[in-house]
Design a protein around this ligand. Sequence first.
Ligand SMILES: Cc1cc2nc3c(=O)[nH]c(=O)nc-3n(C[C@H](O)[C@H](O)[C@H](O)COP(=O)(O)OP(=O)(O)OC[C@H]3O[C@@H](n4cnc5c(N)ncnc54)[C@H](O)[C@@H]3O)c2cc1C
Length: 618
Amino acid sequence: MARKTIFEDCDILVVGGGMAGTGAAFEARHWGRDLKIICVEKANIDRSGAVAQGLYAINCYMGMQWDENQPEDHVRYARNDLMGMVREDLGYDMARHVDSTVHMFDEWGLPMMKNEKTGRYLREGKWQIMIHGESYKPIVAEAAKKSADKIYNRIMITHLLMDETKENRVGGAVGFNMRTGDYYVFRAKTVIVAAGGASHIFKPRAVGEGMGRTWYAPWSNGSAYALPIAVGAKMTQMENRIVLCRFKDGYGPVGAYFLHLKTYTQNANGENYEKKWYEHTKEMVGEYIDHHPTPTCLRNHAFIQETMAGGGPIHMVTTEAFQDPHLETVGWENFLGMTVGQAVVWASQNIDPKYTNPELTTSEPYVMGSHATCSGAWVSGPEDLSPPEYFWGYNRMLTVEGLFGAGDTVGGSAHKFSSGSFTEGRLAAKAAVKYIQDKKAEGVKVSDTQCENFKEIIYKPLENYTVGRNEITGGTVSPSYISPIQGLQRLQRIMDEYVGGIATNYMTNANMLKRGLELLEWLQEDLENVGAEDYHQLMRAWELKHRALTSQCVTEHTMFREETRWPGYYYRGDHLKLDDENWHCLTVSRRDPKTGKFTLEKVPVYHIVDEKEKKQAS
Ligand SMILES: Cc1cc2nc3c(=O)[nH]c(=O)nc-3n(C[C@H](O)[C@H](O)[C@H](O)COP(=O)(O)OP(=O)(O)OC[C@H]3O[C@@H](n4cnc5c(N)ncnc54)[C@H](O)[C@@H]3O)c2cc1C
């Protein structure tokens, strides 16, 4: 079938219009007044990404103007929470700029809660400030819309284009409009990937009746990882998936409850179970258990152990705090501005948190780079902070030239959240403009053949379906193709059962991972035969392919790190202890685009902040 192709040439192409993408579009215009800036979004930028339904808190704000925190403090905090494994150059760089981002949000009309006594932003915790954030996303989207030359909604980017004159240099991206089916070719001098994290790669707790309900946005499908992995960009810390403790069945957030309402958890017998697991945890991770605050994974660990020992269900004690009418209002509003579904779940289960302590659960694992975890692309840091191993010319540039990343895309820089992701988008865009101004993107060439080849590949699932459907005599099972949902469920089971999902209480080992990799390889083979009956299913097919490639990378990394660095996120049963002697390092992988084989290496983790202080002291 003849299909319309739309060509668009630009200087900066932003893939994904979420928090990082909107930040990138905004900042690119600031530094690159005359540049052509295009943003391509899979959904609609006004309500897309992880912040689509709003937030109740901005989780990363230093408050430097009042000396509440300094960037060094945030680096120490993130380092502690991630059991030592962060890129401190990236974290510091984000933290020193994040306040200016939040001040712009304030100017743009985001309703910020204020402390009546001090006039400062109302703190929920040391790093979080409270907002009435239902319209958070439309507000930042407006800034991007006013900055970019054009925003394309409803286009899914499936592949990056590569320059044909210089090896390892990006040349743009291609994708399709999932409403019209048109093929889009974006030839670009630089590409900023800001396509969010990855949910639904591990089997979720909610299947069947609740399928689709996950904690991280269900539409986050790992494009942020698959796009760079496919062209040979290096990735880091992909084993560092995250498991969340959340209100059961609705995944309602617990942050405001712990921090603002001062609620606490207990086991079914009303005991503080975390204390019970202290010695056991110390045996596994040593002095890390004595750190303050307790790293998120270790709190999960106590939860998981207590449940396995028969102490469940675990409850959040809300009945005390909810006697205060103000706190009761805050408790409900917290959901209404962010996770309405949790309030609905409670209503359907006759739970009024004023009288009944609601149940908590630990989620299935997610892969992302902006929360209490730091999986993602291996990027260059800023010139003034990064040691040589971490610096190759342009801030937030991946190991592919001209290809930049921000937000969930970028590995090593945890605890960015919404404000930090927007900030990282700004940093990446500033560097991308400089890359163009330094004439590093001259002569990029993308041939029509490259574009035509991708066109054939992208629409193949439609072809598979059209041909194969004639063989079906009943139901949906075809001898010639698998549907995206069938492929997704197969992927989720592999990851769940072999790579440390909920089926095994997050446990895996080298033998299981080896088998998992085998099954993933066969899945990849079968995905050549995925069938799509319409453009929406075509999107599902490509989401699945991106998830599968991301999963392979996660499994390879999990295999490589022979220790249990983050108990509570996952366990290597064959190496059940944290091993600082051999594994106090970052893991970095590269997939060879020609052979599809991964190679992995250890890279030193530099504790820059404390080194700086040691030097000053001496
Ligand atoms: C339930 C939940 C609660 C949270 N709570 C808080 C909180 O209280 N405070 C806080 O500060 N942060 C919070 N966060 C974190 C915050 O939302 C993320 O850190 C932030 O959104 C990450 O930004 P990003 O741009 O990397 O990803 P996103 O904002 O998710 O944006 C990614 C964008 O890329 C698009 N995209 C994906 N694939 C493609 C493709 N192939 N082609 C084109 N476009 C694509 C997506 O549609 C999306 O718009 C929360 C997140 C979740 C899910």
